[in-house]
Design a protein around this ligand. Sequence first.
Ligand SMILES: [Zn+2]
Length: 473
Amino acid sequence: MTDIRFYNTFSKKIETFTPIKPGKVKLYSCGPTVYSHPHIGNFRSFLMADLLKRFLKFKGFAVTHIMNITDVGHLLADAEEGADKLEEEARKQQKDPLEIAQIYIDSFMQASELLNMEPANSFPRATEHIDEMIKMVETLVEKGYAYVVGHNVYYDITKFERYGKLSGNTIDDLNAGARVEVNSEKRNHQDFALWKHDPMHLQQWDSPWGKGFPGWHIECSAMSMKYLGKSFDFHTGGEDNIFPHHECEIAQSEGATGKKWVNYWMHGRFLLFDGEKMSKSKGNLYTIQELIEKGFKKSAIRYALISSHYRQNYNFTFDGLKAAQQAVEKFQQCVTMLKEASGNDSGAVRESITGTAEQYLAEFDAALSDDLNISKALGACFDLIREVNKVGDLNSDEAKVLLETFAKIESVLGILYEDRSDIPEEIVALAEQRLAAKADKDWAAADRLRDEIAEKGYILEDVPGGKFRIKQK
Ligand SMILES: [Zn+2]
């Protein structure tokens, strides 16, 4: 097998991938903070993880993927100050923070499905893992990495030698650039809170330090280790996560265990909209649902968001989206032609056909093995399509060989799902009933409903943390 190589943000080098356990991959992705509808920029980063996961599966790895849901502790400035993003929204909408979380979890799950993202194995929520976070904070205090001031707990960054390694910051630089310290109870400017006391906060839990809530960074350390162990293979996120979030995650995790936590760090660069940074004030924070309402196809949005290299900024434009739509149609037309040809008479498979199939699949594989070089991989696909379109008289066996090749490619790209027929209301109603039966712990009814759905020709998949997905058999 050729080497698979990725750029590691930590070493700032392209490295050959070696899994911790042969044949297995453990992957953690920072998920959404559920206080607003996720936009295309967020999804570029989530889709990078989706492409990585699908490619690793294509290479034969069994992948365990965890994506957290942040529903407490993420402050407005991504730093130590400002209101909690969820709280702010809860106050604005006059709702409970958990109600706010549910609205945007549903929105995220819906958009993920529209983009044909493979669901993670689990979507753990911060508010459901407070005990694990408290335990980790206790360990950090015991080991001398963290200190308690009144009802607050802070991480002392000077105690962790490797602090700054991921982002390239040094403690001196950080201190020099810091604004006048507002919070004088911290030992160093950049010390960050692990546990916070705030009587006004809407979400509070008991802890050894009194009532409070966890910092944003600690949740990813605690939840990733709960589901993936003390060390795992990949951690992904957007480039804005590198500092402070991921730097702090490393300090916490490795401080607590004394072990190397993550082997490969991968970060997606920002998406620009028409050459400009995306922002609320510019009104260009489009959601997936909004683009679909504008008449764009969901598969074209997926294609556009995965079609440029993750370490380059991607300039999202409506023209680009139209071009993406055409690209998906080229794939679709070729596969439709092959499906029709698979009804032709059978016959011997010409060597030129197997040769073409093998050559371009190998090129596709080699390109993605080179730090997910998607442009080159898509180039190989279009070469394959061009070659296939040239052959006019395919027999059914040849069509099947080529369809298998396209199926392998599709397992990674995930773009041929536009025309999946809509699921009838009757089936959705049965799935809803089954969800209710599960909530009531009526397992017999849940099983019966699943069988009934299967008998009608549909497959029901549970989505952890979400609802379900229905596919036609
Ligand atoms: Zn995170």
